[in-house]
Ligand binder design. Structure first.
Ligand code: PMP
Length: 399
């Protein structure tokens, strides 16, 4: 008798399913725009020189692999705080910030959700419509009721800011609001600084709890500019908020699972109490984070020479994305599809292209170009070799 006989097949992740179909496709010149990964001009996942340098130093040192503390390497968490808030932040000086190294940005989201469920058992969470699909999955798994706020406007391919403000203004006090710091996934549509300031005001007035997911710091305008939302909340006098970070993209360390969870509290004492709850929560899930990815990030952030090298490499990734956006708009127009100019206004790795499910199906069936049914395309998977083919195909299915 099997104890598992009643287990039914659970549907797989649609994005991973797409990659399987892409890999099985024998057509030459196939392109996968469904991924959430930055590829370089040669279509490879880069190994950053700064990261490689630390890796070689670590290999030379050949240190033993003991356990890290529950909340990770201090050099990593302190380095993260400076990136997130700026080295001179008064919040850091006041001891109001508690950061833990986590298993990727995903781990930060889940630990953060579990901690909030314990601290605020009745709170709901509001996510943007649309949002990264895993936001909903993670918060539901942690026991939250998930509601949505207006975000994307399909007519303009931009932000429905009036709708967003109106919806935030209606949330019950104490609701957790998940905000994408920059490079919104899946739409590529971000707020400007003036709009963020208005969001800060509504959050303050409604006594909402901001939960800022920053998975792409440095991928749009730069390390500090991309943290504008966090910096405005930090300066606002709001006493509590949460920030999750991921180094998957900015350090090209996807599989190393390098993330961080940061709580901002009213004062030092409250930060210590919150951190004790975070540590208890981590202990009950995976006990402590892994060593290697953390050591790589900490090694880069704490060496002035490698840090400068990393910032340059990050800048190159950012510039390549901008160039691909501009190139795509130009080529689409050349192929008779000038209506895609908005792609250049969007930010980060993704663009909501406005392509319908039927058009996405045609791209796959007729042109071996893979994208997600929602029309999200990964701009960072474009390069000079595939740009024209992709633009021609997108223009053809849009006629
Ligand atoms: N948040 C968002 C918005 C993301 O797009 C991602 C990754 N694609 C994450 C969090 C999680 O990142 P990680 O790979 O570090 O778990």
């Amino acid at each position: 008798m099997s104890h598992f006989a009643s287990v039914e097949m659970t549907p797989g992740d649609p994005i991973l399913g797409l990659t399987e179909a892409y890999l099985a496709d024998a057509r030459p010149g196939k392109v996968n725009l469904g991924v959430g990964i930055y590829y370089d001009e040669q279509g490879r996942i880069p190994l950053l020189r700064a990261v490689h340098e630390v890796e070689q130093r670590l290999a030379q040192e050949a240190k033993p692999r003991g356990y890290l503390p529950i909340d990770g390497l201090p050099a990593y968490t302190q380095g993260t705080q400076k990136l997130v808030f700026g080295a001179e932040s008064p919040l850091l000086a006041a001891g109001r910030v508690a950061t833990s190294q986590t298993i990727g940005g995903s781990g930060a989201l889940r630990v953060g959700a579990d901690v909030l469920k314990k601290a605020l058992p009745k709170a709901k969470i509001a996510i943007s419509n649309p949002s990264w699909e895993n936001h909903r999955v993670v918060f539901i798994a942690a026991g939250f009721e998930v509601v949505e706020y207006t975000y994307y406007d399909p007519q303009t391919h931009g932000l429905d800011f009036a709708g967003m403000l109106a919806d935030l203004g209606k949330l019950e006090p104490g609701t957790v609001v998940l905000l994408h710091a920059c490079c919104h996934n899946p739409t590529g549509v971000d707020l400007n600084a003036a709009q963020w300031q208005q969001v800060v005001e509504v959050v303050k007035e409604r006594q909402l709890l901001p939960f800022i997911d920053m998975a792409y710091q440095g991928f749009d305008q730069g390390i500090d500019a991309d943290a504008t939302a966090v910096r405005l909340f930090a300066a606002s006098g709001i006493e509590s908020f949460v920030v999750t970070s991921s180094y998957a993209k900015s350090f090209s360390l996807y599989g190393e699972r390098a993330g961080a969870l940061t709580f901002v509290a009213a004062d030092r004492d409250e930060a210590l109490r919150v951190q004790s709850l975070v540590k208890r929560t981590i202990r009950s899930i995976y006990s402590s984070p892994s060593t290697h990815g953390g050591a790589l990030v900490a090694g880069v952030l704490n060496s002035p020479e490698l840090r400068a090298m990393w910032e340059q490499e990050l800048g190159e990734m950012r510039e390549r994305i901008h160039a691909m956006r501009a190139g795509m708009v130009e080529k689409l127009a050349a192929h008779g599809a000038p209506q895609f100019a908005f792609i250049q206004q969007q930010a980060g790795m993704f663009s909501y292209s406005g392509l319908s499910k039927a058009q996405v199906d045609r791209l796959r069936d007729e042109y071996a170009i893979y994208a997600i049914g929602t029309g999200r395309i990964c701009v960072a998977a474009l390069n000079r070799s595939n740009l024209d083919t992709v633009a021609a195909a997108v223009a053809a299915v849009s006629k």
